[in-house]
Design a protein around this ligand. Sequence first.
Ligand SMILES: Cc1cc2nc3c(=O)[nH]c(=O)nc-3n(C[C@H](O)[C@H](O)[C@H](O)COP(=O)(O)O)c2cc1C
Length: 358
Amino acid sequence: MPISTRLTTTLQIRVPIIQGGMQWIGLSPLAAAVSNAGGLGILTALTQPSPAHLASEIAATRALTPHPFGVNITLLPALNPPDYIAYAQTIIDAGVRIVETAGNSPGPVIKLLKEAGCVVIHKCTTIRHARAAVKLGVDFLSIDGFECAGHVGESDITNFILLGRARQVFGDTPFVASGGFADGEGLAAALALGAEGINMGTRFMCTIEAPIHTNVKRAIVEAGEGDTELVLRSFRNTTRLYGNRVARQAVGIEREKGKDVVFEDVRELVSGVRGRRVFESGDVEEGVWTAGQVIGLIHDIPSCAELVARIEREAEEAVGRVEALISKGEDKEGRGKKVGDNVNNPQAEVWAIGKSKL
Ligand SMILES: Cc1cc2nc3c(=O)[nH]c(=O)nc-3n(C[C@H](O)[C@H](O)[C@H](O)COP(=O)(O)O)c2cc1C
């Protein structure tokens, strides 16, 4: 039976699974495969060298799928930032109605997208950023825990806490759980924690349709959950990467130089050009590349159709297993009572002062 949530009904998708934006990977073959599988595929705008190239990639995706797909716009600090507004306008003009935004100062881009009637999903690593995004009028928050691949933020809060906080704080704004998801048990857990679905990056990177060298996918299959590194922490731009020699070397320099480290010390090691070459050459040690702790849960390279169908099936089974654990009647120890009954502590209303945290 299909899992129906606010995400599936709003985006008109069958399964509450999003493939998050991925630099150099979020291209038409992957996005279309995810959408054809019933999830939401997403193109990555800045993988395209210009807005005109993005328009062509959107057209290429349309030729591959009749289903909805989205585009990611990532706003990162840069000396010469790309023309984000032009990319956003291209998305609007091309008739794409779902946009994933991420990064700093997204206000002007979100305003433009909302005025054009787009559904905006904004990625946040803290509740503070999520509150700001809600004020900007986003439709969904994508709550990215510390486990996630890429920019993890500086707060180091994992999804068990972050998703729980999102549930407590954002009554009306729906949210998606992102970071650390690879299977149906994860999807079931995310739904139980109050999310409307999951967003996955690393897991989709390791599928047949992901347009990268097979060696990278093999490296993910062989890696364990401890095989990532947090790089660029000294610059408050912490990024979770696959733990190869280059990433470890960059971290080593940051540790050794301490507060005296300057970006020049690691620039060559963390170069995006070198990282992109990894995906083409398959030499996983050539540069740094992004991956999340979830690599520990990934053991195969399926098609997107197989993966999405499997996650859907596993989620249903997981929910069934949990349901079977719940005894319907009230037992002798009063375990059937609601928490709000305060059976053991009539003074419990003093706890309500904690509401100020909301
Ligand atoms: C190779 C790779 C590149 C990524 N590039 C981007 C990006 O350009 N913009 C963005 O918002 N998120 C990017 N992400 C993050 C994903 O969209 C997603 O939030 C993240 O992977 C979720 O964590 P997970 O890998 O544990 O599923 C990237 C992730 C990976 C694995």
